[in-house]
Every structure is written in structure tokens, then in C-alpha cells.
Design a protein around this ligand. Sequence first.
Ligand SMILES: Cc1cc2nc3c(=O)[nH]c(=O)nc-3n(C[C@H](O)[C@H](O)[C@H](O)COP(=O)(O)O)c2cc1C
Length: 205
Amino acid sequence: MSNTVLRVDSSPRGEDSLSRQLTAYIAEQLNQQQPVDIVHRDLSKTELPLVTYGHIGAYFTAPDQRSDEQKTLLGASDKLVQELKSAQQLIIGAPMYNFSVTASLKAWIDLICRVGETFKYGENGPQGLLKIERAFIVVAAGGTPIGSEIDFSSAYLKQVCRFIGIEEVHIINASASKRDPDTLIQQAKQQIDEIVFQTAEAVAV
Ligand SMILES: Cc1cc2nc3c(=O)[nH]c(=O)nc-3n(C[C@H](O)[C@H](O)[C@H](O)COP(=O)(O)O)c2cc1C
């Protein structure tokens, strides 16, 4: 598997962030397994626009028909889509905020789900267009158990990945539910190693 890994972080908590510790660890382990180029998109340092009526019009206008105004409007979205198109693997750090994802991560998702770019409408409905081979999604939470009926992050992010064409999606459990932070980090790293180095039967969920 080659060669470019896109790492997307959305925690605003800098070095205190559990999800960042683990997205960094995944990048290190992937690089250890096989040298990779890491592109880091830090959403806590990126000002992203929210989707407006103008964006929607531009999304559904053929690229060669877009006005200069529409091209300018799509600048941020185009850049983020290009980062995804250049990647073979994807890592997302997803702190749970109020049972779902951070606003910055949601803004990123709304800008990268682009008709004609990352998905298209086929005969059998929407079809993902990205060639990313696998995704790691670190879901960090204070107490909400990952995979429980009040976790609206994991299944949502998995669906977004599938929607844009990523079939192999691994949710890394970084919920502090019933564990202290050290145990959480240690167990999450073990889960990551099992997937990256296939030391256990790693099943994409
Ligand atoms: C605004 C806000 C909302 C939160 N909502 C939840 C929540 O719904 N469920 C939960 O288990 N933890 C919640 N937390 C706790 C964070 O998910 C937890 O601190 C996590 O470690 C954050 O990720 P980070 O360490 O990468 O910043 C919330 C924290 C904040 C600041």
C-alpha cells in the first residue's frame, strides 16, 4: 500500500487531546510499516466556510460552466477535495461533542462530499469516487460508549467514508467510558497495532 496519508485532526485541545495523540500514533505506525508522506490538515487552525446557497449552486454547476465568483467560492472545498484525492490512506481524529462530531469536522465533511468529485449519482444510487484504500477514525469521548445507541459519531463517520468510496474503515475506540486515560491510550494503541501490523484478525467494521 502506498504512500500518502492524510491526517485530519479536529480537536482544539492541542497536546492535551487524546484523539491527536492517537492520530499521531497511527501516522507513526503506518510510516514504520512502510514509509509514507503525511499531509496534516488541522481543522483547529483552518477557517472553513459553512455551505451556503451559493456553494450548492456551484457544486451542481459543471466545472467549465462556473462563474469566477463560483470558482472563488469553491476554493476551500477544492483544496480539501484535492488533499483527499492525493491520499491512499486517511486518518480522522474525531472528538465526540454532544454525541456527535465537532462543528469543524462537520464543516469539513460538508465541503468534501462533492458531487462529481468524491461521489456521483449512478444507476444504483450514490457511488463513491475516491481511491482511498482504508480509513482510521479515532473517536474520543468522555463517557459515551463507542457503538452505543447514543454514539452518533462512529456510524455517521463510517457512512461518510463509504459514501465517498472508502470501503475499509476502522473505528478506534478512544472513549473514557469505564477507563482511565492511560488505559484508554494503551488499549487504543494496541487496537491500532493489531490493524496496522495485522497481529490479530483485524476486521474492518
Ligand atoms: C463541548 C463538548 C462536548 C462534549 N460532549 C461529549 C459527549 O457527548 N459525550 C462524551 O462522552 N464526551 C463528550 N465530551 C468530552 C470529549 O469527547 C472528550 O474530552 C474527548 O477526549 C475530546 O477529544 P480530545 O481529547 O481529542 O480533545 C465533550 C466535550 C466538550 C468540550
